[in-house]
Design a protein around this ligand. Sequence first.
Ligand SMILES: Nc1ncnc2c1ncn2[C@@H]1O[C@H](COP(=O)(O)OP(=O)(O)OP(=O)(O)O)[C@@H](O)[C@H]1O
Ligand SMILES: [Mg+2]
Length: 501
Amino acid sequence: MKNDKKIDKSTIFNDLFDNTYVGILVVDSNRNIILTNKRCYELFGYQEDELIGKNSSIFHLNNDEYLKFGEVAFKHVLDKKPMSVNFQVKKKDGTLFWAKISGDPIKHQEHILWTIVDITETYKIQEQLIEQSTLLKTVINETPYPIVLKNYNAKFVLVNEATAKLYKSNPDEMIGKDDGDYIPDKEMADFFRKNVQEIMNEGKTRIVYEDSIDVETNKVKHFMSIKKPFKNKDGENFILVLANDITELTNKNEELIKKEKLLFQQSKMAAMGEMISNIAHQWRQPLSMISTAATGAKLQNELGVLEKEELNNTLEKINLSTQHLSETIDGFRNYFQKDKKVINFNIEDAWNETINLIYMRIRNNSINIIKEIHTPNIKSFKNEFIQIFMNIINNSIDALSEIKEKRYLIIQSESTDNEIIIKIKDNAGGIDKDILEKIFDPYFTTKHQSQGTGIGLYMTEEIIVKHLNGEIFAQNIEFEIDNKLQKGVQFTIKLPIDKKL
Ligand SMILES: Nc1ncnc2c1ncn2[C@@H]1O[C@H](COP(=O)(O)OP(=O)(O)OP(=O)(O)O)[C@@H](O)[C@H]1O
Ligand SMILES: [Mg+2]
């Protein structure tokens, strides 16, 4: 029984010899193969009996390589010095692979035992790693965005070309330095340091809007920087800063704001011009009435036939007309005053006031107005509504004045739980499809220079969208009045009821 349990070492070694992952090869002093294990002949794609007795040159690419291996490895081991090399070797089918070959002299014999491990995969991974890190370096250096890695003291650990360019330096030179070494503004450098330390302490990524100075041009640049703090495996703090140069964008934005202000100014001027022409219309009648009455009275007086009663009548007429003049001017003055506060009013009030302001134009062009207003009172800026209506109505009048048929201008309004919908349409024929897309663009006009600037509808949309949180769109529609098909454009305005103003 006891003997059964005895371990047979030679069996185990035999097993190990053939089942190990490592290829084993024994050669004599002439480099002829004496012994291989299973892994070895499989590794090279041979059968066992194909190898014994052959020269180990069959594993090499060519004779030069065979000799080279002899110099660097074989002779070395033959001198009783174990060693290991990575060498490219050849399979039976001619394909090559990288092997880690380690040699040991066999005691008391002129033989060498080689162990061979296929390291092709490791080699590939290594090569990939090198390739990837080169790629990463290229990306980091080629990107136009400054990328910087700083340690807790805000010293540069990694810097890309874009950053170096900004600081008129080169990436390697900058390592170990900080912003203060480059920008003259100490306060700015101090801010950069404190800011990154704060973020590292907090441990949260932050987006920071900051300015820096292009050392080369001495110009201020605006950046939107993403700052991402992290710790390495030893717990040391680092921060990655990715800066996005938004200088151009910021400048453009400022330009845009300036442009918008100008547009607003221009639209006020245009409206003013329109108003003055409206005032001229409105005043023509009362003025001529005053003038007629005054001339009449003067003539009668000169002829000595002016009765006291007649004079009183005339003065009364003049007085009434003057009042009318004064009322119209008040109306316009109110319209030009900016809304200071939100008031409670009905869409109909704003519509009526608008119509009053341009009544003469409407009458002179024989326009029939139809009102179907079914909306509750709202709290908003009334003058803005008047301005919106004024722009839309003036456009309709312009278009309607060109048609021969009976002219209509229709306002309809209704409301749902959360919005008010106002529709204003005319029967002036509508707008061409390709023009329709552009009517809200600033300066788009189909009118003569003296008639239109093309900002009426642009301003209208601005007020509705930006001030009143609503929307406006235009479409061509057909509808019926007096059993006749009418064609025109309809403006739909939608306004939220529960808006916060
Ligand atoms: N009711 C309408 N019928 C036909 N075309 C219209 C109508 N309303 C607007 N348009 C077209 O839309 C264009 C743009 O209108 P918008 O009010 O913005 O500018 P404008 O009237 O030309 O000039 P402004 O209002 O600055 O004096 C007009 O030139 C016109 O071609
Ligand atoms: Mg207009």
